[in-house]
Design a protein around this ligand. Structure first.
Ligand SMILES: [Zn+2]
Length: 275
C-alpha cells in the first residue's frame, strides 16, 4: 500500500497570514517545522494503518517548504517546481490513496487564506459548472487515476468543502476560520494526534478503484478583464464573458495541464498595485 501526500501550506497548523506561507519571511521559517510536523503525523498514521510506502509531494508556492532533515525516515519527498501534474505529481504512479494535507478553501469562498492557485486575481474556478477549490480539482484528478482521497486537512471550511468532493475521506480541521487572515488554532501537539489518528483510520479505504476518465470543462473568473483576455490567447481557451474564460478537455489530466497554463499566463499579466 503506497500512499501519496499532496502537502500544501495554507491549511497547516497555526497558519493564518500571508507572511506565514511566503518563502523567505521570518514567519515562513517559523512555520516550516510546524508544517513538517503535520506531514510527519500523517506519515506515522498511514504506516500505523498499514501503508508500506509514502511519497510526500510539495504543493505550495515554490514547492520547497518542508524540512527534509526532519522528515519521518520512512517517507520520501518530492520537492521543487515544474512538475507536469504540479500539486498532484505522483498520482500517476499507481498509488493506493492520496492525502490532501494543509489544503484551504477555494477562490471567492470564506476560509483562511482562501484562493485557487493564484492568491489574488482569480475570483472563482468552476469545474463542470461547480465552484472548485484546489481540493475539488485535485480529487477529480485522483479519481481519474483510480486513487481514493483518504484524508483532507485544513481549516473547518476546507473540511466542509471536502464533505462534498470526497465524502468518504477522513477530515481534520486543525483550525477554525474567523476571517481570511484569522483563525482559532489548536497547537501542533494536539493537531498531530488528530492527523495521525485520522490517517491511520483512513487506511481502511485505501486501495485502487476503477479509473474514471471523462471530458471536463473548466471556467475561470478573474478580477480584471485583461487577465481573461491574456488567458484567452491560449489555443482551446475561449473568452466566455468580460472577466471569464473557459476550455474543454478530454480528461482531467489534460484539463489540469491547461489550467496550469491559464494561471501562468494570467499570473504573468498581473500588474503590481493595479492587479
Ligand atoms: Zn493551495
Amino acid at each position: 500500500m503506497r500512499i501519496l501526500i499532496s502537502a500544501d501550506m495554507e491549511g497547516a497548523t497555526g497558519v493564518t497570514h500571508a507572511s506565514d506561507v511566503i518563502p523567505g519571511t521570518e514567519q515562513w521559517h517559523r512555520f516550516r517545522p510546524i508544517f513538517t510536523g503535520d506531514v510527519n503525523a500523517c506519515v506515522a498514521g498511514l504506516f500505523d494503518g498499514g501503508a508500506t510506502g509514502v511519497l510526500v509531494n510539495e504543493a505550495h508556492s515554490s514547492q520547497r517548504n518542508l524540512l527534509l532533515e526532519q522528515l519521518d525516515p520512512r517517507a520520501r519527498m518530492l520537492t521543487g517546481r515544474h512538475k507536469p501534474l504540479s500539486m498532484m505529481q505522483g498520482i500517476e504512479s499507481e498509488v493506493d490513496g492520496v492525502v490532501l494535507l494543509g489544503y484551504h478553501a477555494g477562490a471567492g469562498e470564506d476560509g483562511v487564506l482562501a484562493h485557487t492557485y493564484l492568491e489574488n486575481s482569480i475570483t472563482g474556478v468552476f469545474l463542470d459548472g461547480v465552484p472548485a477549490s484546489e481540493g475539488r480539482l485535485n480529487a477529480a484528478l485522483a479519481a481519474e487515476h483510480g486513487v481514493p482521497v483518504l484524508v483532507v486537512t485544513g481549516d473547518d471550511r476546507t473540511c466542509a468543502d471536502a464533505t462534498e468532493y470526497a465524502p468518504t475521506a477522513e477530515r481534520v480541521a486543525v483550525k477554525e476560520c474567523v476571517s481570511r487572515y484569522a483563525a482559532i488554532c489548536a497547537p501542533p501537539s494536539v493537531t498531530a494526534k488528530q492527523i495521525a489518528d485520522a490517517s491511520k483510520a483512513a487506511m481502511a479505504i485505501a486501495g485502487r478503484v476503477a479509473k474514471s476518465v471523462a471530458p471536463h470543462r473548466i471556467e475561470v473568473e478573474f478580477d480584471a478583464t485583461h487577465l481573461a483576455h491574456a488567458a484567452a490567447v491560449i489555443p482551446t481557451v475561449e473568452l466566455v464573458d468580460t472577466r471569464r474564460i473557459g476550455f474543454d478537455a478530454e480528461s482531467m489530466t489534460e484539463a489540469m495541464k491547461a489550467f496550469k497554463i491559464v494561471t501562468a499566463i494570467a499570473g504573468g499579466a498581473v500588474v503590481e498595485e493595479y492587479g
